[in-house]
Design a protein around this ligand. Structure first.
Ligand code: NAP
Length: 465
């Protein structure tokens, strides 16, 4: 794939970038490796200060960075600005809490001064997607840098200007040379980077296919990875739910970011007692959404990130209808650039059809009916993915059963799934492994070192293994 800015709202190729040559790439990795030695020796308070400064710059530059996201991948102008501001909150969180997460943890043992220490791993390769081009990068980089690691970003090929803006952001915040670098390279360069001994570990947010490729290459090299992959999140509505709020939230949860979110609600599992009113209201609301220019603040659904993605989504819709799904609204492209897709609702898609089996990465909802709680849980789990789940009920016993029974990295009750720096984020099954955010996200890329210092005058311990 060419490394280029192509405005999805117009189809215009704005700027094309040359990929780094093998020598340039080698030079960047060398700089990162050298920077890692110095950065780990920098006091944690200084590292945290740089990340706090990143937060300030994000707030100052939210409009400019937001405009870049809108240009390169079609995010609505307001949402793009919000994304920059959300990045700032994650930086604040790690600047403030990070030093505490990294503090030595004392373990009381008689005759010893013992503790667990958290030390950086070194150079971390981050392979990132275009759908939240700032958030995905910053939520990895903020904890990684405070922990003393350095970052090499291989961003998606369609957001090169966002990648370069992120490099500028960390540099302007005071990160020393080599601590955060953007590598303008294609996906084919990633395997070689994972073979490079100077790179310690990797994190990927992206598709299942990329996860398999990176997991395999890292495994061959015995390198740690965190994989944040796709999702087909269930949104379960039970009879006790506040239907108005549930419908409002369902529309938002399916169409946020033009439906291109790993934690977007994708399968709407509605109890048969409320299936009809839910369907009527949901379909009417989806059909009435304003689709169009992402720079117009009145627009509710912008373009997909490229014409190719809209074509792939349409092929999934057509295959689901051919397999027996009912099309209740949408089901076609919109506008001239080829990247816009009408908000679409499918009902009763049969098992095995794309709407049931695959991730639909766009504004396409699938409605399913459930007989009872057990049936709803079975349908919620009937997917290869396990990222998030949203459940709507006011019955405490039902809440408990859904919390226990749904196989996903998060369950939100009477709310839509969302990431928050204070809580771990990640998935099970084919949604990947490892966690981002919270203290766990920071501890993914550290050496958890056991230190036992005998103070009893002898070196032997009775329970040595
Ligand atoms: P993608 O095609 O997998 O691309 C993601 C990144 O991986 C890009 O930088 C891409 O580079 C690179 N890549 C692709 N194939 C690769 C390979 N074989 N080896 C090494 N690198 C490879 O995903 P996307 O379409 O950009 O993003 C959407 C996907 O990300 C969805 O599945 C979504 O659910 C998932 N996602 C997950 C989360 C989460 O936290 N779980 C969050 C957001 C998105 P190029 O651009 O150069 O191809």
């Amino acid at each position: 794939m060419a490394i280029a800015t192509v405005n999805p709202a117009t189809g215009e190729t704005v700027r094309v970038f040359a990929a780094l040559s093998p020598d340039e790439l080698d030079d960047r990795v060398g700089r990162a490796h050298a920077a890692a030695r110095r950065w780990r020796a920098t006091p944690v308070a200084e590292r945290a200060y740089v990340v706090a400064r990143v937060a300030e710059l994000l707030r100052e530059r939210a409009d400019r960075y937001g405009a870049l996201m809108t240009l390169e991948m079609g995010k609505l102008v307001g949402a793009a600005r919000e994304e920059a501001l959300k990045c700032a909150t994650a930086c604040d969180f790690y600047a403030q809490q990070g030093p505490r997460f990294l503090a030595r943890k004392r373990v009381d043992v008689v005759g010893e001064r013992s503790f667990v220490a958290y030390q950086p791993l070194g150079v971390i390769l981050a392979v990132m997607p275009w759908n939240f081009p700032f958030w995905q990068v910053v939520r990895f980089a903020a904890p990684a840098l405070v922990a003393g690691n350095v970052a090499l970003l291989k961003h998606a090929s369609n957001v090169p200007q966002c990648a370069l803006a992120l490099e500028e952001l960390f540099r302007d915040a005071g990160a020393p040379a080599g601590v955060f670098q953007a590598l303008l390279v294609g996906a084919e360069a990633v395997e070689g980077l994972l073979d490079d001994d100077r790179i310690a570990a990797a994190t990927l947010t992206g598709s299942e296919g990329a996860g398999r490729a990176i997991g395999a290459a890292a495994g061959r090299n015995l390198k740690k990875t965190v994989l944040e992959l796709g999702g087909s999140d269930p949104f379960v509505v039970m009879p006790s739910a506040d239907l108005d709020v549930a419908v409002d939230t369902a529309v938002k949860a399916r169409t946020l970011n033009a439906g291109q979110s790993c934690i977007a609600a994708k399968r709407f599992i509605v109890h048969e007692a409320v299936a009809r009113p839910f369907e009527e209201r949901f379909v009417a609301r989806m059909a009435a959404l304003r689709v169009g220019d992402p720079t117009d603040p009145a627009t509710q659904v912008g373009p997909l990130a490229s014409k190719r993605l809209a074509e792939e989504l349409h092929a999934q819709v057509e295959a689901s209808v051919a397999a027996g799904a009912r099309l209740l609204t949408g089901g076609h492209a919109r506008g001239d650039s080829g990247a816009f897709y009408a908000p679409t609702v499918l009902a009763d898609a049969p098992p095995g059809s794309p709407a049931r089996r695959d991730e639909m990465f766009g504004p396409v909802a699938t409605l399913l009916r459930a007989r009872d709680v057990s049936d709803a849980i079975a349908l919620a789990n009937d997917t290869p993915f396990g990222l998030g789940a949203s459940v709507w009920t006011r019955e405490p016993a039902e809440i408990e059963r859904f919390v226990e029974g749904i196989d996903a990295g998060s369950v939100f009750v009477n709310a839509m799934v969302a990431s928050d720096p204070r809580f771990p984020f990640g998935g099970v099954k084919r949604s990947g492994y490892g966690r981002e955010l919270s203290d766990l996200g920071m501890h993914e890329f550290v050496n958890v070192k056991t230190v036992r210092i005998s103070t009893a005058g002898t070196t032997a311990t009775t329970d040595a293994e």
